[in-house]
Each structure stands twice: as structure tokens, then as C-alpha cells.
Design a protein around this ligand. Sequence first.
Ligand code: GUN
Length: 305
Amino acid sequence: MAKPLDGKQLAAEIRALLAERIATRAEKPGLRLFRVGEDPASVVYVRNKEKSSLEVGIRSEVVVLPEQTTESDLLTRIAESNADPSVDGILVQLPLPGQIRSEAVMEAIDPGKDVDGLTPANQGALTLARPNLVPCTPLGVVALLNRNGVEVAGRHVVVLGRSSIVGRPLSVLLSLKAPWADATVTVAHSRSRNLDGLCREADILVAAMGQPMAVKANWIKPGSAVVDVGIHRIDDPSRPSGSRLCGDVDAAGVSDVAGWLSPVPGGVGPLTVVMLLANTLLAFERRRGLPARPIWEDAIAAGRA
Ligand code: GUN
């Protein structure tokens, strides 16, 4: 039975670190979250982000805009937030309705306030090994591995998926020269040949391709660490609710082979939220010229001593 990579417990520890440091600041960091439309998953995610940020002392506000909002209206609001000194962090929840180009929106966010790490400037800085604000889910995956004592340096990580939010930035982050990274990284995707064979080579397998239960037990190297980034609601007539959550990994089968497995829910998800809070604090400190050290570095390093 694989050992769980528990994100809930670790997220609570990092939240406590954040709350402690925010409590020492006379002014508090401000986070503005934009949600366009009523996508049910986005409603839940944004509510969670708001609640968690308030809990650690961040001033957070949610701006809800109608489904028909135009791109230029959203861009105007982002420009206002860029110019507003009380806003330290800006997050636009994805996906956006079809009439709005998410690339145009990401390009409009001030990179100093880009707490999602998704602007071209911040993705470029990461690729140049000068990480500024780094996407939250990749940070969460790195913390989850390091804090559970999974050796990363020198090992072969296979990342399934090449999205701009998870797969690609995670592959870059894990390849950085740093004691918590230094991995050999393969990025695999829907056109990769011999996908299951590639996965069997992985000391660490990260499933982030967005397909329910696609990773099967016979894809796994025995004893390896498997991180499941996916989250899906699927039909399950055996449950009173008629449905349940699952990830990109067939957890029931994989847990018999893997050495470590992150649960869904309760694995990567809680860390994604906490890294957003860490990025908001970092953006605030940098913008105000306060001593700023990424709390995610502390959070990652603490378990390695
Ligand atoms: N939708 C799903 N994940 C994310 C994320 O990390 N950031 C944003 N802005 N939207 C998302």
C-alpha cells in the first residue's frame, strides 16, 4: 500500500507560517480575485481561495463579473487593479468564457502582482532560472515531494501534461539547480509514443493531463512516488450523492504498486491554495521594499534538514 503524500497537513503547517509572518506586518497584503461567469468548479475554487486568504490575514476581495463580460471590460478592470496601490496580488480564475482570450488577460497583469505566476514575464523568468512569482500548483508539487522525504535531486521525473499552469512550469521548476529540484525531467503528452513505457521509467510520476483515472497500475515503477494533480467528479451510483471525486490516476490499482501516492482530494489541491497565499505575501513584501524571502523556500526546505 503506497504511503499517502498528505497535502492537508502540510498546507496547515504552511498556513501557520504565513499567518505568523503576516501578523508581524502593520499593513496587510491585498488580493483581488476575478471570477467571470458561474462555472460551478470555479465558484468553489474562488470561494476557497478567498476563505483561506482571509484566514491568514490577507485582505482579499472577489470581483464577480457576468458571463457576457467583454475582453476589453476585463482588461480595463485589470489595468485599474494594476494601478491600485492597495492591491498586491491579482488572480483571474480560469477558464474564461470563449469571448475572452486568456493570453490577452495574462499579458495585461502587472508581473509584480501576478500571484498565479502565469504572465509571460514570470513564465520567462522561471525558464531563465530566475524564478519570480512561480505558478502555485508546481510549487505545491515540489513542497509535497520534499516535505515527505521523497528524494528529487538526480532522479527521473516524468511529467504527464504540458499545460502552462502545471506541466510546463513544473518541468522547468524541477530542472532548476536547487537542492529541492535538480531532477532529470521528461515531459510527456498526448502525442508521446510508448507513454506507459515512459512512465515505468519514472522514479517520480506527476499526472497532470486532465484525464480521469488514466494512469494505471501497470504504468508504475514499483516503489516510485506518484503525484496526482487531476481532480474530476465522476458518476458513482454506489454513493448516496451519485458521484465522487477522482484524479488522473487510477488510485485503487496504483496504490498497490507505488511507494507514495497523493490522495484526491487532500493531496496537491490544498497546497495550490496555500502557495497562492505565499505568493501574495511575497508580492506585497517586494512591492513595499520589505525584506522578502519566498516562504515556499522555507516550506520546501524545512522538511529537508
Ligand atoms: N483554474 C484552475 N487552476 C487554476 C489556477 O491555478 N489559477 C487560475 N487562475 N485558474 C485556475
